[in-house]
Design a protein around this ligand. Structure first.
Ligand code: PHE
Length: 475
């Protein structure tokens, strides 16, 4: 069965469109919003190093596996896992791997839409000129006024969710191609301009040192509520979780996109291109933001608001800042949009396949549920900002409901999904099948991929998990 049919949901018109769509999925808030703030919270250089190592050693091989499984199964991740497990003569319980991904995608989209809503709100702020010549204080107030008002957050979150559902309802192939082709290069150019601004006006050297000179103490030791240092692997887990998140791995997004991929495409080359593009965007974002962080004496670990407190300062003080600022937040919103549709596509494809309902009804159903779940995150920034459900654990002492949802989905569910994908691809699926799909014969590259997936990835994920659990300390 598996092997060469075409997905009932259609197919990308070429390999190039797949690369664009997958890059659109990968490049998003993860690169521009999340990477800088978690790097700041986890001490800089050592965190970046672990993240880069995870991309190279775990991320790229798993991306290859996801594309491969998707293309061979040609269905939603749940049904793909079901089919491929039967093909390999194993238990159909593997379909629960698909379910794990669907739930992770749902949880992530619930808060992703809230943050993307901030981006939309900032299109309006930037174009109004409030940032022109503004002090750090004024800029901080704009951010505070936004997040402390649930009404505003709900409006922007609703708008973003409607936009997402609109695209998924029409099918991911239509329209996406044109959008991504133009937007990705534009985003890239604006980031370069911002880096150029930061080189000239920010504390650039200090930022480069912070980002690229590893300080392992800063990664492994955190302060508890009494200001005492304690050892934790949590920062390593966050770096690893982020490698999955930023490449859209571990939950079936790349798998479902792979299911629309034509035969005879080099999976290896494609995975490398996507990973490199994604990493470059994240590093550029870091290089644009940290020089401003240090020049304005902002705290690198100041949390999810980091880009909203730094970049407006740059826009406010550069020539043409209103135009650039507006354009930047428009592009950020688009980047979030092309990611959010892939977060929900695995669930949507499954609903269409299994319940026989149309894409439109399926996207309305999921959209409403996900919108409602997003309210948990909306309120985490205002009326529930003091609700810290797991504050008895040191690593969660400051975590709001939003932080915990993010932690559960990104740092636990995605690596777990990735671990199971690796196990399936090399221990369950036959060697002949994976060799045929990857199409590189029995060469060195294939052997390396197999080695990484067989041992390195599972061991790395398990070791990090165990170390976090093993040295969790209570307050
Ligand atoms: N990769 C996206 C980003 O960096 C987020 C994402 C995660 C999208 C998982 C799809 C699946 O913003």
């Amino acid at each position: 069965m598996a092997g060469n049919q075409i997905s009932m949901h259609g197919q990308w018109s070429s390999r190039w469109v797949f690369i664009l769509a997958a890059t659109g999925s990968a490049v998003g808030l993860g690169n521009i919003w999340k990477f800088p703030y978690i790097t700041g919270e986890n001490g800089g250089g050592a965190f970046v190093l672990v993240y880069l190592a995870c991309i190279a050693v775990i991320g790229i091989p798993i991306m290859m596996a996801e594309i491969m499984l998707g293309r061979r199964g040609r269905q939603s991740p749940i049904n793909t896992m079901h089919t491929l497990a039967i093909e390999a003569g194993h238990s159909t319980n593997w379909q629960y791997l698909g379910w794990l991904g669907v739930i992770a995608g749902f949880l992530i989209l619930s808060y992703y839409s809230v943050i993307a809503g901030w981006g939309l709100a900032y299109v309006v702020h930037a174009s109004s000129g409030v940032f022109t010549g503004a002090s750090v204080e004024v800029i901080n107030n704009v951010f505070f006024d936004l997040v402390s008002d649930p009404k505003q957050l709900i409006i922007w979150h609703s708008l973003f969710m409607v936009l997402t559902m609109f695209v998924v309802a029409r099918g991911v192939q239509g329209g996406l191609e044109k959008a991504v082709k133009f937007l990705m290069p534009a985003l890239f150019i604006i980031l370069l301009l911002l880096v150029a601004y930061a080189v000239q006006n920010g504390a650039f050297e200090q930022a480069v040192e912070f980002l690229f000179v590893p300080d392992f103490h800063a990664l492994f030791y955190k302060l508890d509520e009494h200001g005492q240092e304690y050892l934790t692997w949590n920062g390593v887990l966050i770096a690893m979780g982020h490698a999955f998140f930023t490449l859209s791995l571990g939950m079936g997004a790349i798998m479902v996109y792979g299911s629309y991929l034509p035969e005879n495409t080099s999976i290896t080359q494609t995975a490398f291109m996507i990973a490199i593009a994604d990493t470059v965007v994240a590093l550029l974002a870091g290089l644009a933001i940290f020089p401003i962080v240090f020049a304005t004496n902002l705290e690198p670990g100041s949390g999810p608001g980091l880009i909203f407190k730094t970049l407006p300062f740059a826009f406010g003080h550069m020539e043409g800042g209103v135009v650039f600022g507006t354009l930047f937040f428009i592009l950020l919103s688009f980047a979030a949009w092309t990611s959010s549709i892939s977060l929900i596509e695995p669930a949507l494809a499954w609903l269409v396949e299994s319940l026989g309902i149309g894409r439109i009804s399926a996207s309305i159903m999921i959209g409403i549920l996900c919108w409602a779940a997003g309210l948990l995150s909306v309120f985490s920034f205002n009326i529930w900002s003091d609700v810290k459900p797991l504050s008895d654990f040191n690593i969660f002492k400051d975590s709001t409901i939003f932080d915990l949802l993010d932690y559960l989905a990104v740092n636990i569910m995605l690596p777990l999904g990735g671990l199971l994908i690796a196990i399936f691809a090399v221990w369950i699926m036959s060697r002949e099948a994976s060799m045929e799909e990857l199409g590189m014969g029995d060469r060195f590259a294939y052997k390396l991929w197999r080695l990484l997936m067989r041992y390195i990835t599972p061991i790395a994920v398990i070791v990090v998990f165990l170390n976090v659990v093993g040295i969790i300390s209570f307050k």
